[in-house]
Design a protein around this ligand. Structure first.
Ligand SMILES: C[S@@+](CC[C@H](N)C(=O)[O-])C[C@H]1O[C@@H](n2cnc3c(N)ncnc32)[C@H](O)[C@@H]1O
Length: 415
């Protein structure tokens, strides 16, 4: 009980601050946190923030039972007030349907207004997902490369950066299909564009992952095989907002990679409405990594199953889906869940700009993408929970995200 009042007070203080700044700065976790709540690693990050004169620092947290029931009580207490149906009675259904039908137009408006200035570029995928992105960032160490292999490879890369395009032209990387990364819901390319800046040729060790023999859970796809191969990286950016895709296509990093090397592709795709093969024949079963970052939360919960199946269809057998999105009881959910007429359905809300957001728990992800959903195998699912503290006004904000990795089986598992 002692947690109740300070917790509510903290949320109240918090909501007074500028919403836009909060969204921009804290929309998404910027790097991979560790799992424990008070590690040396954490301490080091906090000290880093001290050094940069920041008044804000974060720590990982676990909900105590008291804090969790406080949050649940706040949402339950505001259930009627927050529901679009109780506030607009018969117009509620009409508005819910309109928001769904016009979802892409609302995102078009969002990007028309913010252009490329809202989300930050993502440069941390290798830290957050080393098993998948280590190789993309040139960090794979094959047995042939040995102890100094990574450093040597970095030096080689520095020397060859200027002639990367010539390198592609002269190497026989066409013998193998490109190492393909697909971002679904890519927006204006904050993930796609930094990927296109990396070395376009990577060394890949064959993936000998066999889902039928893997114990559920933890095995990585690293192989001890030494028969590595050079492959070109190809990146797809997909989004249902035409304005966002147009902005991506105007970026000079995109233009260069698309025109010179044919290793950047993009298309307008609504993941609810169509199978990837209908958008482009090459999109079906093409990807080594498919990324779904803060996209699925914008889809109506009753259509997420359909969307998950379409997303999974982009993966080649053995390919990995990486997902990050908003998590249950994130502070922003508490704010929307305490506001008048913002709740469309359970854990699903409309924001001030008419875009929508769902707050996931880990069971949702398993249901959507696991064996009884899109038929993938879960290799990781977890919450990322951070409390951001501000020294100057003594407020704190509890942010929650979900993160998961699912792999497409090589063989169809028979029941
Ligand atoms: C919060 S933004 C995230 C953008 C980007 N992934 C990032 O993390 O910076 C959500 C993106 O998902 C896209 N989106 C929402 N619903 C979609 C759908 N049904 N099909 C395809 N894209 C969708 C939106 O247009 C928007 O660009």
């Amino acid at each position: 009980m002692s947690n109740t009042i300070p917790q509510q007070a903290a949320y109240c203080l918090l909501y007074k601050s500028d919403q836009k700044t909060q969204n921009k700065a804290q929309e998404q976790p910027q790097s991979q946190p560790s799992n424990s709540s008070n590690t040396e690693d954490n301490q080091a990050r906090n000290n880093n923030n001290n050094n940069s004169n920041s008044n804000t620092f974060w720590q990982e947290f676990e909900w105590t039972p008291g804090q969790k029931s406080t949050v649940q009580n706040i949402l339950a207490k505001n259930l009627v007030k927050s529901s679009i149906h109780s506030n607009l009675s018969s117009r509620g259904n009409f508005l819910v349907e309109k928001l769904d039908k016009e979802a892409h137009l609302n995102w078009d408006r969002f990007y028309t207004s913010h252009q490329t200035n809202f989300f930050k570029d993502r440069h941390y995928l290798n830290k957050a997902f080393p098993d998948e992105f280590g190789v993309v960032y040139g960090q794979h160490q094959s047995p042939v490369e040995g102890e100094n292999g990574a450093e040597q490879k970095q030096n080689e890369r520095a020397a060859s950066d200027d002639c990367a395009d010539d390198e592609i032209a002269s190497m026989d990387v066409t013998a193998l299909p490109p190492f393909t990364i697909v971002e679904i819901g890519c927006g204006v390319g904050n993930t796609v564009l930094p990927l296109l800046e990396l070395d376009p040729i990577i060394t890949v060790v064959p993936n000998d992952f066999d889902p039928c023999q893997e114990p559920q859970g933890e095995q990585t796809n690293r192989s001890s095989s030494s028969s590595s191969s050079k492959r070109k990286i190809a990146v797809w950016g997909l989004d249902f907002s035409k304005v966002a895709v147009d902005l991506l296509q105007q970026d000079k990093r995109y233009i260069q990679a698309a025109q010179k090397d044919h290793r950047a592709m993009s298309a307008v795709w609504d993941i609810v409405d169509s199978h990837p093969g209908e958008i482009h024949p090459e999109l079906e079963s093409c990807s080594d990594i498919s990324l779904l970052l803060f996209c699925l939360s914008a889809v109506s919960p009753e259509k997420m199953g359909q969307a998950a199946a379409h997303v999974a269809a982009t993966l080649r057998p053995g390919g990995t889906l990486i997902l990050r999105d908003y998590g249950r009881f994130d502070e922003a959910q508490l704010k929307l869940g305490s506001s008048l007429g913002k709740r469309l359905s359970e854990n699903f809300y409309v924001k001030h700009d008419s875009t929508r957001v769902y707050y996931f728990d880990l069971d949702d992800l398993e249901r959507l993408f696991g064996q009884s959903g899109a038929g993938l195998i879960c290799i990781e699912k977890k919450y990322i929970q951070r409390v951001y503290k501000n020294r100057s006004d003594n407020t704190e904000r509890r942010r929650v995200w979900v993160q998961a990795r699912f792999r497409k089986p090589l063989l169809r598992l028979s029941s």
